[in-house]
Design a protein. Structure first.
Length: 437
């Protein structure tokens, strides 16, 4: 086994875990290569669902996938840890030590040798150095942050319901900074779940009077990366839900009781979520001479290998990939990561056989934004039709849900997805409609 070509995938997000699964099934199972997945966490969660975990619409425990179990089922190895360096000359990945919940060292610092390396470490929220953002705002990059927000939300409601004194100006108010897909979807989901939460015995809170959601966007409109018609439809629906939508407002400071904007406006908030902008992890910026852009993304060619090392590839949010005809490049979306992982799953066996890699072409299938139970709006198949087809309502919701099902299908196959879906439909009827703890 030691003399087999070793493929190391760092990052178990949507693209990384799908690629490890496909390569394990195609190469690992047949003994044609060793495949190793490295990630800091024990479990995988589909990142586009984090806003639903934060709002309490979904329970993290029901959707987490164990990397160790997936590795055993699909013939690859899993090593827990965070990449923090690279030695291209020796062809080793440097992995930081892992600690347990009590701060004791669990796994020591180590190096993992590779023949082919795929970096799929994703991205995290970019607060642009805004004063107070790190101290007082919660980002939704990881499951732990979603759990933290939900816990604080539930505690805020319990505290407000129990107190005798009048509510403070910021109490039960939530400010969401950034009106991209995450911010917009979180606002709609919170409108639903806060009302359901209050219905479970918190009878001193009037959600229509006491609770306020404010969505703040520096651009002239919400959802600036999608067609204007979709943006307007989403904004109208949010305003109909009494969500305060502020556009053209740049946040300049975050405090424990609210946020301030460049116009001098103070927006009271007990909870603040930062959902504006992304950047790749900082350690990529000086990764042994590899080319990066201003937000730390590794610059790759159309074949997805990095510009300065043909043995190192990058996919997903941490990759700056060219998109012919679009100067901004491929957008950092789950559909792009899915397409890139599918492409590399076909190309890496060719590479092992000494064949040339074929370029990857991004196919834009449009955008979908879920507004919870109220609606789903989107534009579909723009690249296929040469134009844009707008969808809304039930059909759009079905398409949105199918994106997650496609991810599950790539990981588990059809039979398991069907049976798991049926099981969740049955148990959902016997559980609260919102997570209460």
């Amino acid at each position: 086994m030691a003399d087999l070509h070793h493929i190391v995938i760092v990052g178990g997000g949507a693209g990384g875990v799908e690629l490890a699964t496909r390569l394990g099934d195609s190469l690992g199972r047949r003994g044609r290569a060793r495949v190793t997945l490295v990630d800091r966490a024990r479990t995988h969660l589909w990142k586009p669902l984090l806003h639903e975990f934060a709002a309490g619409s979904m329970d993290l425990d029901h959707h987490a996938l164990s990397y160790l179990a997936q590795a055993r089922w699909h013939h690859f190895r899993f090593q827990r840890g965070s990449m923090d360096g690279l030695d291209r000359k020796r062809k080793v990945v440097k992995v930081a030590p892992t600690f347990d919940e009590e701060g004791r060292e669990l796994i020591p610092r180590r190096e993992i040798p590779y023949d082919t390396l795929i970096v799929a470490v994703g991205s995290h929220t970019n607060d642009f150095g805004t004063p107070g953002a790190r101290e007082h705002a919660i980002s939704l990059d990881m499951p732990e942050q979603a759990e933290l927000f939900h816990s604080r939300l539930v505690n805020a409601c319990i505290r407000a319901n129990a107190q005798v004194a009048p509510l403070r100006p910021e109490q039960l108010k939530v400010a969401i900074i950034g009106a991209g897909a995450t911010g917009v979807e979180l606002a709609a989901e919170l409108h639903k779940t806060t009302r359901e939460l209050v219905a479970y015995g918190l009878d001193k809170i009037n959600p229509e009077k006491d609770m306020q959601l404010t969505l703040i966007e520096a651009a002239p409109r919400i959802l600036p990366a999608v067609p204007e018609r979709l943006s307007k439809a989403a904004e109208e629906l949010l305003r109909g839900l009494n969500v305060q939508v502020l556009t053209g407002e740049r946040v300049t400071g975050v405090e424990s009781d609210g946020v301030t904007t460049a116009a001098g406006r103070k927006i009271p908030a007990e909870l603040t979520v930062w959902a504006a902008g992304i950047k790749a992890p900082d350690f990529l910026k000086d990764l042994d001479g590899l080319e990066t852009n201003r937000i730390n993304q590794l610059v790759v060619k159309e074949t997805l290998d990095t510009t300065r090392d043909p043995d190192i590839f990058a996919i997903g949010d941490c990759a700056s990939c060219p998109w012919p005809g679009n100067p901004r490049g491929v957008p950092p979306t789950a559909q792009a990561a899915h397409q890139q992982s599918s492409h590399l799953a076909r190309m890496l066996p060719r590479r092992l056989a000494g064949k040339a890699l074929k370029p990857w072409r991004y196919r834009d299938f449009g955008s979908l934004v879920s507004l919870g139970e109220y609606s789903t709006v989107g534009s579909l198949m723009g690249a296929l039709l040469g134009g844009t087809m707008f969808v809304e309502g039930l059909f759009a919701r079905i398409m949105y849900v199918s994106l997650y099902r496609m991810h599950l299908y790539a990981l588990h196959g059809l039979a398991k997805v069907v049976f798991d879906t049926l099981a969740k439909m049955i148990t959902r009827r016997t559980e609260p409609r919102v997570k209460l703890h």
